[in-house]
Design a protein around this ligand. Sequence first.
Ligand code: GDP
Ligand code: CA
Length: 308
Amino acid sequence: MITALGGGVGAAKFLEGLSAVIGSEPLNAVVNTGDDVTLHGLRVSPDVDTVIYRLSGHVDRQRGWGLEEDTFRCLSALSRLGGETWFNIGDSDFATHIFRTHLRAGGVTATETASKIAAAFGLPGNIKVLPMTDDDVETWIETPEGEMHFQEYLVKKRMRPEVLGVVLKNIENAAPTPAVLDAIRGARGIIICPSNPIISIGPILGLGRVRDAIMESGARKIAISPLIGDAPLKGPADRLMKGLGLRVTSVQVAELYRDFLDVMIIDTRDAHEADEIKNLGIEPLVTDILMPVPERAAALARAVTALL
Ligand code: GDP
Ligand code: CA
């Protein structure tokens, strides 16, 4: 059994490769829910859906999120009504959020809801997509314009405001699910996906007991850097890291996982950082970590599984 921690697009790209190389071995994807947001009265869980859509073969590959061949008529209709339309939701994607909101309102957990959605989309039976918690956690960004939900910062404000801080709301009251803890404790390998270390991996590790469970586990613990040439491929990892006073390097990412990490995988372009990673007591592996197509993700996944 392999357990991977991740967020949205970066995680989903890698997990697609991993699922192609592990055969029928059980794979648990523990997914960040700090990006969850309520829009139009609907609970949207972008990272969970991104992972389910990609691993079931239904993702819009061009965008990396949302459903293939989706249309946006509902959003246009909402715009005519004066609704807020800065967050793009396709028509078929809306159905997922309506379904989730309805179930959650009836007391069904995030975990059970994700499992139902995954089954409906035909996720392979050996893969489980596990929301990190059944409690509500939201990532908010502190900026000179005030505090705003991460999605508002990312999508509505297009990452323009300066980042002064990151607040994980309600994280202190949220618990990892039993399924998440079991997935960590039972794994022979724990993989930190090439996801944003602050707002994708950070919330998962921020849940009480998750970090301890990882440290106590006898599994091999491997992380893949989300930075190539010391920059994210897309998204705000650099802005968030800088905003928190961190360096934007793979060494810095490794340092964030230093208390439990065995191996840090970095790109050939960042090979010069290998020695510094070794000095942290973490084994560096230098290889091609860019995943423009599923074949390259599978090649990276093979390099990872070879270490287990
Ligand atoms: P998000 O919710 O969509 O931001 O999902 P993640 O946190 O899982 O992924 C964002 C991170 O994925 C960014 O920091 C990117 O640099 C990283 N990423 C995207 N594509 C690739 C890739 O092909 N290779 C690697 N190593 N990282 C990638
Ligand atoms: Ca995300």
